[in-house]
Ligand binder design. Sequence first.
Ligand code: ARG
Length: 464
Amino acid sequence: MTRRIHGKPLGRKIYLRNRRKAYNFNASIRFDKRLWKADITGSIAHVRMLGKCGILTAEEAEEIRTALARLYEDIEKGRLEITDEFEDIHSFVESVLTDRIGDLGKKLHTGRSRNDQVALDMKLYVRDELDSLDGLLFRLLTALEEVIEANTDTYMPGFTHLQKAQPVTLAHHLDAYFEMFRRDRGRIADCRKRMNLSPLGSGALAGTTYPLDREYTAGLLGFDGATANSMDSVSDRDYLLETLSALSVIMMHLSRFCEEIIIWNTDEYRFIAIDDSFSTGSSIMPQKKNPDIAELIRGKTGRVYGDMMSLFTTLKGLPLAYNKDMQEDKEVSFDALDTVKACLELFTGMLSSLHFNKEVMRASAMGGFTNATDLADYLVVKGVPFRDAHGISGRLVLACIEKGCSLSDLSLTEFRKESPVIEDDVYEAISLEACAGRRNTKGACGRAAMAETIAENRKYLNNK
Ligand code: ARG
């Protein structure tokens, strides 16, 4: 048949060029080559099952298995390079296998489709990645706990609306992030648990006529079982959406933390100094030390959100079951995983090497009338109704602003001008130690409450 375009016969050259372009557009090896371990591991489980179920003879299965194991080792040791002339990693593996052991290699794909194969490969890959994310989060939590425990007596202003509000300790402030990253770990664990069912043996979409033992391969590959519906198995990418959502939340937490680090590192704040190894100089202004790493982590948050939105959008209109659109799950997932892992690693290093200017933090807490609430509370204890106490404390703050001093710099006479109930014990009552130390409801910044929090954190970290 003559090939035609707009009714005109299509030249062979044009036809071939179109085919090549379409082939390249279709090919995924450029990015799915990183699935090689998962692909071979999945194939080894599949062929063992084929042997066990008598679909291949025991000898055939063993020969294929050995050849696959050798292939794995060859790639790992750099003796075999995965080249881009294949369409995808699956055809690469099968083709090398067939080159090496002849027609027997072609039997590997019995009872399998690339649809359940790619679903399996991606799950195996992502499951490993979730495990390394868990490790990275754990390391971050451990590093954070160290800084927390070293700073239970470091006072600083706590902020609302980025305005100094009440004094807290640095330990308490940082512990807020401990909670966030701890929840992030929980999200990763939830996702891993839900996704851990094997799609292998679902075929293209409808299952297969071969008597496959899906539970057997699931067991070999460390899954909790086999998936329940073959159409769902080949088209389910929910777990990637969950992963990308959890990754986005991690990035959001890192980004907020980075934002604070950037602010605290400014000349205006000087609460901290980022270690030289994590900051860069300016090419023209010699005085500058830029918090590039913190900024980049903050910036990459947008990229990870984008990866997540991208996949949500790709999947939203897809009819069952497999559609090639799903190939688009790879680059965004890989990008998000790579990005978050790199950010977690760098962030942990940066955090552990931060220098805290404790005196500056303390002075800032003293200077911002963060103890005005405590002064009002003091008056309440002395019998003044809270509304009046609030007014007295406010007027004393105004007096300080006029004088350019902080509350504890006022003399007793100046205090008493506003309220005669004020006595010498006011200085103790509005000291930073007292203000921060006395708040001891569960989860508060006080000494006793923080001691409990720290004990709780340690228990959590010891349970791994
Ligand atoms: N590269 C494909 C993907 O990532 C593999 C599955 C191909 N299946 C198919 N029926 N073309 O989704």
